[in-house]
Write a protein that binds this ligand. Structure first.
Ligand SMILES: NC(=O)c1ccc[n+]([C@@H]2O[C@H](COP(=O)([O-])OP(=O)(O)OC[C@H]3O[C@@H](n4cnc5c(N)ncnc54)[C@H](O)[C@@H]3O)[C@@H](O)[C@H]2O)c1
Length: 249
């Protein structure tokens, strides 16, 4: 079997569960050596790293908060020191703190913007130097269709994901001459811890509005990320790809 990402070095933020875990599994299965971050539940993160390392390629779990410039810098230095290059960054870490704007606290606004947008700025900035000197790189941001359509009760989250679209397009223009491609995937509704707070009835009602009549899976997001990280996507940059079963139509 040919491995699409053989010998590539990838960093995935928030990779210990949900969509991030799916992306880590998919990149490792394609032959990429993966470093992924987690910010809680070290046991689960280490278990994932050892499972994949024994089955595929070396996979390393690193405790790092994407909102800390120091922790992000330490992560990137470690990857360069150990693996000697950094080819793929997947900015996946994200949070929600939902509420109607009338009642939204400043802390809930700041926390969501800090993780979802500033975290992407810090991680992307940190990988640019090694990617520029290699004259190749892929940055893939995990946005959301909510960043395009908006959603009542998610003004902070939607603003962060809409900001990611402008960030993706601007950075794509800045670094294209160095062969660094920057794209965004925008999932619709995927069953993970983030969306798991809905009741069965709420989930069914929500799924009725999706043209494909079902939620997406983490694998359906991860496969597009794998494609964007591969040579097959060498002429795609600055794009936002919706993976939403038609929800945003
Ligand atoms: N699940 C969905 O339906 C859906 C839809 C659209 C977009 N997304 C996006 O996909 C991404 C993953 O979401 P998920 O559903 O897997 O959520 P999740 O809550 O299951 O996982 C989020 C991950 O981000 C990590 N994280 C959070 N804050 C962090 C920080 N400060 N530093 C480092 N890591 C941090 C968490 O530890 C966790 O691993 C997010 O960016 C989310 O906005 C999810």
């Amino acid at each position: 079997m040919s491995l699409l990402l053989a010998n590539k070095i990838a960093v995935v933020t928030g990779g210990s569960r949900g969509i991030g875990e799916g992306i880590v599994r998919s990149l490792a299965a394609a032959g990429s050596r993966v470093y992924f971050t987690y910010n809680s539940n070290a046991e689960k993160a280490e278990a994932l790293a050892s499972e994949l390392t024994s089955e595929t390629v070396p996979v390393t779990a690193v405790k790092a908060n994407v909102t800390s410039a120091d922790e992000v810098a330490a992560l990137v230095s470690r990857v360069i020191e150990e693996a000697k290059s950094l080819d793929i960054l997947v900015n996946n870490a994200g949070i929600t703190k939902d509420g109607l704007l009338m009642r939204m606290s400043e802390t809930d606004w700041d926390d969501v913007l800090n993780t979802n947008l500033k975290g992407v700025f810090l991680c992307s900035k940190a990988v640019l130097r090694p990617m520029m000197s290699q004259r190749r790189g892929r940055i893939i941001n995990i946005g959301s269709i909510v960043g395009l359509s908006g959603n009542a009760g998610q003004a902070n989250y939607a603003a962060s994901k809409a900001g990611l679209v402008g960030f993706t397009r601007s950075l794509a223009k800045e670094v294209a001459s160095r062969n660094i491609l920057v794209n965004c995937v925008a999932p619709g509704y995927v069953l993970t811890d983030m969306t798991g707070k809905l009741t069965e009835e709420q989930r069914k009602t929500f799924e009725e509005h999706i043209p494909l009549k079902r939620s997406g899976t983490v694998e359906e997001i991860a496969s597009v990320v794998g494609f964007l990280a591969s040579d097959a996507a060498s002429y795609i940059t600055g794009q936002v790809i919706n993976i939403d079963g038609g929800l945003a139509l």
